[in-house]
Design a protein around this ligand. Structure first.
Ligand code: KG4
Ligand code: ZN
Length: 332
């Protein structure tokens, strides 16, 4: 049995988890900094780094206690080493390396996006492959074809804003607060998704996405129609985003002959998106794997699970390795 302590500090969540054999989650602690950033309307990198420094030790301690283990029961320590905010990443990477040195166990650096790809397997270990995965967060929007946990390829990604970023910017413009995704999700449930025909950007162009034009379309519509019902604007905007996301996920699933469609990232918590993916799976005779929202949003269990695979395939990581804010996934 291999017990791994995982650490995640790439953005505004300070997280630690203990996972056995890349499968069994003994603990997963997430401390969100949303309250610290909300009044600025978005994540402030300097504030995020400082908060990680303050929060990481108690979060790691809590993860160990919840798992019923101590440091000497840990076989390896992993941290997300990118992509993400440089200063924020460095807090987790430095802490993980220090713990690995003290405990005399291997250190493993993990790609955050690979973590999102692996999250679904924590809840459903016997997932059928090939699988098409839609990663949609505040920083990323991409479709990935997976033949196995270690065999995957990015098919396409956003050329400008990420889907979550579009939700957050539109919500801010509509005065709905931060983070905008959950606010739009709630309000849209009461609105008419067909009220306004917003554009479906790049719907017919392979696997890439673009959301900045849609955001501008919302702003222009509200400026020209100041009496528009905010809930109808929210519902129509959300429907346009979801149409594009589901369309690309199905196209990716077709292209890689996927048996399963998977979602990951914070926007994966969106109610309408989850419903539409389930419908699309039924329509196309596939399984849909929608991880629980806690595994869609940033967490350290996905980091520890991915680290287990990396340890098996590549051995211990390099204690001299740093953080890479622009780390990519193989593919495009
Ligand atoms: O994956 P995540 O927790 O952090 C990043 O890696 O970015 O994703 C955060 C993003 C934010 O943009 C937030 O507005 C969005 O996910 N989000 C949602 C929902 N919950 C979170 N977007 C739409 N609907 C939701 N229910
Ligand atoms: Zn993420």
């Amino acid at each position: 049995m291999t017990r791994i302590l995982g650490i995640e500090t790439s953005c505004d969540e300070t997280a630690a988890a203990v996972v056995d054999d890349g499968r069994e989650v003994l603990s997963s602690v997430v401390s969100s900094q949303i309250d610290l950033h909300a009044r600025f309307g978005g994540v402030v990198p300097e504030i995020a780094s400082r908060a990680h420094v303050e929060l990481l030790n108690p979060v790691v301690a809590e993860a160990l206690v919840e798992a019923g283990t101590e440091l000497d029961g840990i076989d390896a320590v992993a941290a997300c080493h990118g992509p993400g905010l440089a200063g924020a990443l460095l807090v987790g990477v430095s802490a993980a390396k220090a713990i690995a040195l003290v405990a005399d166990v291997p250190y493993i650096g993990v790609n955050h996006l690979e973590g999102h790809l692996h999250a679904a397997w924590l809840e459903q270990p016997d997932l059928q492959v090939p699988a098409a995965v839609l990663i949609v967060s505040g920083g990323h929007t991409m479709v990935v074809a997976m033949d196995d946990l270690d065999q995957y390829r990015v098919l396409g990604q956003t050329v400008d804003d990420a889907a979550g970023e579009a939700f957050d910017k539109v919500a801010r413009f509509l005065g709905l607060g931060y983070p905008g995704g959950p606010a739009i999700d709630r309000l849209a449930a009461t609105g008419d998704p067909t009220a306004i025909a917003f554009p479906r950007p790049m719907r017919d162009e392979a696997f890439d996405f673009s959301f900045s034009g849609l955001k501008t379309a919302v702003v222009n519509h509200v400026r020209h129609n100041p009496d528009a019902e905010v809930r109808d604007v929210a519902a129509s905007f959300q429907e346009a985003v979801v149409d594009v996301l589901v369309g690309k996920l199905v196209a990716a699933a077709d292209a890689c002959h996927a048996k399963t469609m998977i979602i990951g990232g914070g926007v994966g918590a969106n109610t309408r998106l989850r419903t539409r993916i389930l419908d699309a799976a039924t329509d196309t005779g596939r399984e849909a794997m929608l991880p629980s929202p806690a595994l869609c949003t940033d967490n350290a269990a996905m980091i520890a699970a991915t680290a287990y695979r990396r340890l098996l395939s590549d051995g211990p990581g390099d204690l001299g390795g740093g953080a890479d804010p622009n780390l990519r996934l193989p593919g495009r």
